[in-house]
Design a protein around this ligand. Structure first.
Ligand code: DLL
Length: 436
């Protein structure tokens, strides 16, 4: 397999992996019991003591942790180390405007770098490569994660961050980038811009590592063809560390989960029952090696299927399918996590009722747009002095502040949006992204 990174771990026998997981889980449960009163309460409420967890087979006894818990415990309530040991935060959107903040010790950053390094090596990377990172840097985990992984492999690392396409292409051609790391929609946009400029033959790109949002096999084929590269999927979430929780290998048939750090389960999202391999359900992670922010049985809300089938690449770690949907209503628009409840908060704060509809579309170049139809209240509709232009501008800026992205807002008359007898249809996602 050429330049194989951390071979002993990535091709360890299932017995060895289980032994590592058993030992680390027991230690982690004791750690949270001793250091995180929030966890101790949750375990006590369920009548669970640390000594009840002897290995992975006891994992199901532990309570789940959800985004609501992160919100309740915000900001420091789930921290398992003193702040003096913590060296970094990253953050992402929460459900009602309160952001999720994740904490890292130096050890946590190091293990995360290892996970991303494995992803780069699996995409054919070695120290000869020039890795062009145009995931966002800052609170988002994409830039920092792939950057650290690239350093760990010893690649020449270009911390480009997102945006400024002209400069991206110039650096790519001048410096000979070989591995491109960004969201799949930005990769598609770059591919189009490269074609327009007629500079494809000046590229040295061979691979791309694309994730943070859903993308289809059709989109993969298009990006691979237009850039002449192999495109690899990468998965992760801020709560569990960031990108590199799982990554694709050359087989391009599912993503290997870094099981020496994260135990994966798939559950029935309604009942919480653990499902066997091959069954579709919600992905749940337990981080067994993290120090600062160790989440046990964290419900990701991502729907997927696990498989322990032997992989042609030789790696033994379990594979997950691409996320096949969500068990909540989170949307990822322009690479940003968006909850309808955040939009609702902005509307209510500005005097509207919760009568709105979110329409998400994607153009031929794979770029997202979000349009929000908002009903005026009867009072606004009857008020001669109500200025629609000003009202729309105020909504757009309130939404930008809440979501971090620009939305098109259209005001409509009271009762213009169809009422539903059951669940209101708040979101119309026309992108068809979750078809695998
Ligand atoms: O998106 C971390 C990341 C950065 C992953 C760069 C890959 C590359 P969050 O912003 O916390 O973290 O969003 C996490 O994004 O629960 C999924 O719903 C979705 N997601 C992440 N990777 C993929 C993927 C980063 N490859 C949420 N395919 C997750 C589909 C993905 N959805």
């Amino acid at each position: 397999m050429g330049n194989f990174f951390q071979k002993d771990i990535e091709t360890a026998s299932r017995e060895q992996l289980k032994a590592w997981q058993d030992e680390r889980l027991v230690k982690q449960v004791k750690n949270v019991w001793d250091n995180v009163p929030y966890y101790r309460n949750r375990m006590e409420n369920k009548g669970i003591l640390p000594e009840d967890i002897k290995g992975v087979e006891d994992l199901h006894k532990l309570p789940f942790i959800t985004k609501d818990d992160l919100r309740d415990a915000y900001p420091y309530g789930l921290l398992a180390r003193p702040i003096s040991d913590v060296v970094r935060i990253h953050s992402t959107s929460g459900t009602t405007g309160r952001r999720v903040v994740a904490f890292y010790t130096q050890h946590d950053l190091d293990l995360w770098a290892d996970c991303c390094a494995r992803a780069i090596v699996a995409a054919g990377g070695s120290k000869e490569d020039v890795v062009h990172v145009c995931y966002g840097y800052g609170l988002f985990t994409g830039g920092a994660g792939l950057d650290a992984g690239s350093h760990r492999v010893g690649c020449l690392t270009m911390p480009m961050s997102s945006g400024n396409t002209e400069r991206q292409i110039q650096f790519m051609t001048d410096l000979g980038s070989t591995i491109l790391c960004c969201t799949p929609s930005y990769a598609a946009y770059l591919a189009e811009s490269i074609q327009e400029r007629g500079v494809k033959d000046q590229l040295k790109l061979k691979a791309g590592i694309f994730g943070a949002e859903a993308w289809t096999e059709e989109m993969r084929a298009e990006i691979q063809n237009s850039l002449g590269i192999k495109a690899y999927d990468i998965y992760g979430l801020t709560e569990i560390s960031g990108p590199g929780v799982a990554f694709e290998c050359e087989a391009q048939s599912g993503m290997h989960i870094n099981e020496d750090h994260f135990i994966a389960e798939v559950i029935n999202p309604q009942t919480g029952e653990v499902l066997p391999d091959g069954e579709k359900g919600e992905l749940v992670f337990t981080s067994i090696t993290k120090e600062a922010f160790p989440l046990l049985r964290y419900r990701t809300r991502d729907i997927c299927i696990l498989s322990h089938e032997k992989c042609s690449c030789g790696r033994t770690h379990v594979k997950m399918t691409k996320p096949l949907g969500r068990s909540d209503d989170m949307l990822i628009v322009k690479g940003v996590n968006v909850f309808p409840s955040q939009i609702e908060t902005v509307l209510i704060n500005q005097g509207y009722q919760a009568n709105y509809q979110i329409i998400v579309t994607r153009d031929k170049a794979h770029q997202d747009s979000i349009e929000i139809l908002v009903e005026k209240t009867p009072f606004m509709a009857a008020d001669d002095t109500f200025d629609e232009n000003i009202a729309v501008k105020k909504l757009v800026s309130g939404l930008k502040a809440m979501l971090g992205i620009l939305a098109n807002v259209k005001l409509v008359e009271p009762k213009a949006l169809e009422r539903s007898e059951g669940k209101a249809v708040r979101v119309i996602d026309k992108r068809g992204l979750y078809k695998g």
